[in-house]
Design a binder for this molecule. Structure first.
Ligand SMILES: Nc1ncnc2c1ncn2[C@@H]1O[C@H](COP(=O)(O)OP(=O)(O)O)[C@@H](O)[C@H]1O
Ligand SMILES: [Mg+2]
Length: 401
């Protein structure tokens, strides 16, 4: 409409009266206010940029999604205002792009970005000349993302809990009763004359030790499977590392293992369940001790980057084959005679429940390195891998069924 008006206006420009020009600008200003009101009323964030990604316009929803104020964002590169945003992945020339992006400031959200190139000017001109910038439309997918995640987790947890309850009952009870009967047997044996009872007491003790071991395995199993809610407090990762190693100091010493702590100062405090995290570190250090029978070095390195606090445990032990490496997080996978095969599974569960990740690698010098990263609570935005186009808006549940 405006273009047609201009087409008519331009050839007659010399003949136009000042009041016509004024009326035109009044109408323009009115239109601008009209569209601004609409854009500010919608829930979707809208940002318009020029070709290189500097902000030309942003609506109220965009400001609140990213914690920006319009005045300071206008004219600035969008990637500077939303830290972690990889502009080049969104600005694909003539292609419309859709990406899910996880942001952490001012609150943790998952947003879908729909980025459309804006074309203007003479339709005869080349696309390059017509390309005026991009319009970005952002939808908040946090609830849907979280709901999908929670459904998956709760289905898994329910199945495992059922299994755990079954095991507790099926194995725990007979174990208890076995223990009581062995105690009775022991008491009666002790009343017998010394000679024959001596011979029987020794295998009895072995049997009781084995029951104790079974009991530990069962309780570890239950511990591994029962979802334990996180009791979070702000803690320093370096302090937790020292505390976890403290428990194993006698074992490290007796095996002639040299502990090297390379703990970066000034790590941001993490909101973690300190007992569970200490348990996770303990399991790793314990494994390292067991892998260095002839002594060696265990180095623990901590550092922080923009998104994570990282901790790496490197030992100079026997290392492992690729087949073992592929299986170490499996429940009950162990290469040890008296191993439970649950240590690393529990460790992985604890790390994941903190939103972290765990990885293993074989250093070229031999031994094993276990790396854990835990999310900083003040993280920057982070691009999710490209996915399918966004789904159409959800209907209320009643309308769907
Ligand atoms: N630091 C390590 N060096 C070599 N092998 C390791 C190390 N840590 C774990 N492993 C391997 O992973 C397996 C599983 O470990 P884990 O889950 O703690 O169970 P467990 O210690 O009871 O065997 C171990 O049996 C061992 O083969
Ligand atoms: Mg272990």
């Amino acid at each position: 409409m405006k273009r047609a008006f201009l087409d008519k206006l331009l050839p007659r420009l010399r003949r136009v009266q000042p009041e016509d020009v004024e009326a035109f600008f009044v109408e323009l200003a009115h239109d601008r206010r009209f569209f601004e009101t609409i854009f500010n009323a919608i829930r979707e964030g809208v940002i318009v940029t020029d070709v290189v990604g500097s902000v030309v316009y942003l609506n109220t929803a965009a400001c609140s999604l990213f914690g920006l104020d319009a005045a300071s964002a206008l004219g600035r590169p969008l990637a500077e205002k939303i830290s972690g945003l990889r502009w080049k992945e969104l600005a694909q020339g003539r292609e419309a792009v859709t990406r899910d992006i996880e942001i952490f400031h001012p609150v943790h959200r998952v947003l879908n970005f729909y980025v459309v190139p804006l074309m203007s000017g003479d339709e005869e001109a080349s696309d390059k000349l017509r390309h005026a910038g991009y319009a970005l439309i952002m939808r908040d997918f946090t609830d849907r993302h979280r709901a999908a995640q929670e459904t998956l987790e709760s289905e898994r947890a329910a199945a495992l809990q059922l299994l755990a309850a079954g095991v507790a009952h099926e194995i725990g009870n007979p174990l208890n009763s076995l223990n009581i009967h062995l105690q009775l047997l022991e008491r009666r044996l002790k009343k017998l004359p010394e000679g024959p009872s001596e011979k029987l007491l020794q295998p009895l003790e072995v049997a009781r030790d084995e029951i104790k071991r079974l009991d530990t395995i069962v309780s570890q199993f239950l511990h591994a499977l029962r979802p334990v809610p996180l009791n979070r407090t702000f803690r320093d990762l370096n302090a937790l590392t020292r505390e976890a190693c403290g428990f194993l100091e006698p074992e490290l010493k007796s095996r002639g293992i040299n502990l090297r702590l390379e703990l970066s100062p000034g790590l941001p405090p993490l909101e973690v369940d300190q007992d569970q995290l200490k348990q996770a570190f303990f399991n790793i250090v314990k494994n390292a001790c067991e892998a260095m029978k002839q002594g060696g070095v265990l180095s623990i390195h901590t550092e922080a980057d923009a998104r994570w606090v990282n901790i790496a445990f490197t030992d100079t032990g026997a290392g492992m084959s690729d087949e073992t490496m592929a299986r170490i997080f499996e429940p009950y996978f162990t290469t040890k005679e008296a191993g439970s095969g649950l240590g690393l599974m529990i460790t992985q569960r604890i790390v994941r429940s903190h939103g972290g990740e765990i990885a293993i690698e074989k250093p070229s010098a031999g031994g094993l390195r276990i790396m854990i990263r835990l999310p900083r609570h003040d993280r920057q935005a982070h691009m999710l891998p490209p996915g399918p186009p966004p789904l159409p808006a959800l209907h209320p549940p009643s309308a769907q069924s």
